[in-house]
Design a protein around this ligand. Structure first.
Ligand SMILES: Cc1ncc(COP(=O)(O)O)c(C=O)c1O
Length: 364
């Protein structure tokens, strides 16, 4: 099929839920993707944040192929060697105390599990989320997501959610109470335009939640796995959350969500209360183990710190020289540049860089 034929079929039969770009991708390698006619594009968004070791990395592709020939499906109600291997690998990189994980299929599902865990383990109902935050679009996660354009047509959402302003300690003090189950944060906000919190905000939230017996859920679906130059963005702020949500690139683009917590928090949920048909699927687990191996062996976290620092310096120099750059924000390679004009037009025009450059509106 050529690109026109592919687009005709997709336009006819795929629900029109995405803002689409006039590009048809059929192949990828490293940072490059190609259309059906062989035109080459630079994937500036790394497969929407999923290709942390590049498109079709040979080690990952081989692991997927080998596992697919051996066993494709294995429900969580039975044991599996490939899943066990991933669990050991995850245990070796998660912060101390995160003894157990729930494996699901997306970021929003990782957040759903975290919300249920917070409610079940504390016996409380209230979840405090943050203005500007993005946590996904299923009903529970959507109740924590801030943007009204995602929320308003689907109300009433899940009750018990309240939003506090980003970075404001006094506002947090006024809302967090002994009825709060958890405060749900992105340590660095992604969707709202790469916002790094003021220095003491997260430590204050940690203290406030400790005081009232509430939990902190860190949604590191965008900021985790080395993107900021540390394994998790929380490491920069020296806070230990109680529940960690991960997703995006862990399995190089195969669907995965990870909710990690202590054994004590995890065991508050009883058998059958939270399961998933595909969660912990062996092919996805094989891809994730291979991705983590490549990620560590190729020192990609250190690379994000070094290249990110260089990139930020250059962008800041540009900001000093060019009036069109309003602000440069972020850590490591989780960087955002706010321009003084609307950039959308550049991402709509086919060009070598047209594919997947994120605009704020499209990032989710
Ligand atoms: C911080 C954050 N949380 C949750 C999600 C939802 O993840 P998914 O699209 O895999 O459901 C996203 C997606 O962009 C995200 O950036």
């Amino acid at each position: 099929m050529n690109s026109t034929e592919i687009r005709t079929i997709e336009d006819a039969h795929l629900a029109k839920f995405y803002a689409r770009k006039p590009v048809t991708i059929v192949r990828g390698t490293g940072a490059l993707v190609f259309d059906a006619e062989g035109n080459e594009f630079v994937d500036c968004a790394g497969g929407y944040g999923t290709c942390i070791v590049g498109h079709a990395h040979p080690v990952v592709a081989e692991a997927i192929a080998q596992q697919a020939h051996r066993l494709i499906s294995c429900h969580g109600s039975t044991y599996n060697d490939t899943r066990a291997t991933l669990l050991s690998k995850l245990a070796s990189i998660l912060p101390t105390g995160f003894d157990q994980v729930f494996l699901s299929n997306s970021g929003t599902e990782a957040v759903e599990c975290a919300i249920k865990l917070a409610r079940k383990s504390t016996g409380r109902r209230k979840i405090v989320a943050v203005k500007g935050g993005f946590h996904g679009k299923t009903h529970g996660a959507l109740s924590a997501t801030w943007e009204s354009k995602y929320r308003k047509s689907f109300e009433p959402l899940v009750p018990g959610f309240e939003h506090i302003p980003f970075g404001n300690v006094e506002a947090a003090k006024a809302v967090i109470s002994n009825e709060t189950a958890a405060v749900l944060i992105e340590p660095i906000q992604g969707e709202s335009g790469i916002r790094v919190p003021p220095p003491d905000w997260l430590t204050s939230l940690r203290d406030l939640t400790h005081d009232v017996g509430a939990l902190i859920i860190a949604d590191e679906i965008q900021s985790g796995f080395g993107r900021t130059g540390r394994m998790f963005a929380c490491n920069h702020f020296k806070i230990n959350p109680d529940i960690l949500c991960l997703g995006k690139g862990i399995a190089s683009g195969l669907p995965i969500g990870v909710t990690a917590a202590s054994e004590k928090i995890m065991s508050s949920m009883t058998v059958g209360e939270h399961t998933s048909t595909f969660g912990g699927n062996p092919v996805v687990c094989a891809a994730a183990t291979a991705t983590i191996k490549v990620f560590l062996e190729e020192h990609l976290m250190e690379n994000a710190a070094n290249v990110g620092a260089y990139f930020k310096d250059q962008l800041l120099a540009m900001q000093r020289e060019l009036r069109i750059v309003r602000e440069v924000r972020g850590l490591g390679l989780m960087l955002g540049v706010e321009m003084r004009f609307d950039v959308t037009q550049f991402f709509r025009t086919p060009s070598r860089m047209a594919y997947s450059c994120w605009t704020l509106e499209e990032m989710s």
